[in-house]
Design a protein around this ligand. Structure first.
Ligand SMILES: [Zn+2]
Length: 346
């Protein structure tokens, strides 16, 4: 029996983010799925595809046109805002991620936190904003366009340096909260610009990860700020934190965002149990082992594990390695469709 799909990709994603019924589980990536192979295919390599809106849109579209995912996410990296703030950049080549050079942070104290006047017009922010406009025009009816704005915790790592910022959080929690409250304005500003350009959804990465800070940190420093972001930015937000997060998922479930993009270090059934319908889950196919180094059979097993646990949106756990094989990525929507067929006919 052929199961006909009745919804557009966009309806499927938007419904799943709201916990509403869908014709099948969407495959929707909150973070990058571009690979070197896809860059070559459409002649839009890194780093140019991160800095030129036409190339950016062309590469981002392949998530839908080539991979068959239900969303398009044009912000590939985590550094566009930091570049616009004046951080020193290492742009790398097409097989490597651009990064912020961390040895010489731009800011030292709370007084230094200032949003440059041309922030939204900086080439690297404008690339994302203009790319969303292009994608909206071309795919806006059928596919969910997912923008991305970095949360204050991640921005703090980039502008103060990871070690200095973590030390500040221990030495002076009050000052740390004040810094985060200033930095959160940057997240709102860039997020709203992407909504105005046509983004249907925003990913909100804020890397308070299990290997660096405790679960209690999330409650103490970020929960309120994330609730405010969910209030201020009027599209569904997807929080992204990589690594182990089960110890903070109960707090995360209270942040009023639409979904949490979670890592394969967290068992999907346990995660479902903790969030208990308070926030949708999206993920959590393993990148470094499964997608990067295994074959389609292992990819399928992991997709099935998520679907069996009731994860409502399937995705790689984080930005995929740029050398990931296409066949492994293509296997994700294929596995979702076959699982749906098996589970509908039984
Ligand atoms: Zn991540």
């Amino acid at each position: 029996m052929v199961i006909s799909e009745k919804m557009t990709s966009k309806q499927r994603v938007m419904n799943a983010l709201k916990g509403l019924p869908v014709d099948r589980t969407p495959v929707s990536n909150p973070t990058n799925v571009a690979t070197v192979e896809l860059m070559d295919l459409v002649d839009a390599p890194f780093p140019d595809a991160c800095r030129n809106p036409e190339l950016n849109a062309r590469l981002a579209a392949t998530g839908y046109t080539e991979l068959g995912f239900d969303s398009i996410a044009p912000y590939f990296t985590i550094i566009q805002e930091s570049s616009a703030l004046g951080c020193e950049m290492q742009w790398e080549q097409k097989d490597n991620w651009p990064t912020v050079r961390m040895n010489n942070p731009i800011w030292k104290s709370i007084e230094d936190i200032k949003i440059p006047e041309n922030f939204l017009h900086h080439q690297d922010n404008l690339t994302i904003i203009d790319s969303i406009k292009i994608l909206k025009q071309e795919f806006g009816e059928e596919v969910a366009i997912i923008g991305k704005t970095m949360g204050p915790w991640t921005l703090a790592y980039h502008v103060f340096g990871v070690e200095k910022f973590l030390l500040m959080s221990i030495d002076d929690p009050e000052l740390t909260i004040q810094c985060l409250n200033k930095l959160k304005e940057i997240s709102i500003l860039f997020g709203q610009a992407q909504i105005d350009a046509g983004a249907d959804v925003l990913t909100y990465p804020d890397h308070a990860t299990g290997d660096l800070v405790s679960g209690e940190y999330y409650n103490r420093f970020l929960l309120e700020i994330h609730q405010e972001a969910a209030e201020d930015l009027k599209v569904p937000l997807i929080l992204h934190i990589c690594g182990y997060t089960l110890d903070r998922m109960d707090y995360i479930a209270q942040n009023n965002m639409a979904a949490f993009h979670f890592d394969s270090k967290n068992d999907p059934a346990k995660a479902k149990e903790i969030v208990d319908g308070r926030i949708q889950l999206i993920g959590n196919v393993n990148n470094p082992v499964t997608l990067y180094s295994k074959g389609t059979q292992e990819v399928r097993e992991e997709v099935y594990r998520c679907l069996d646990a009731g994860v409502p949106l399937i995705a790689p756990e984080c930005a995929i390695p740029l050398a990931t094989k296409l066949e492994n990525l293509l296997e994700i929507p294929k596995a979702v469709k076959e699982w749906t067929k098996e589970n509908k006919s039984s």
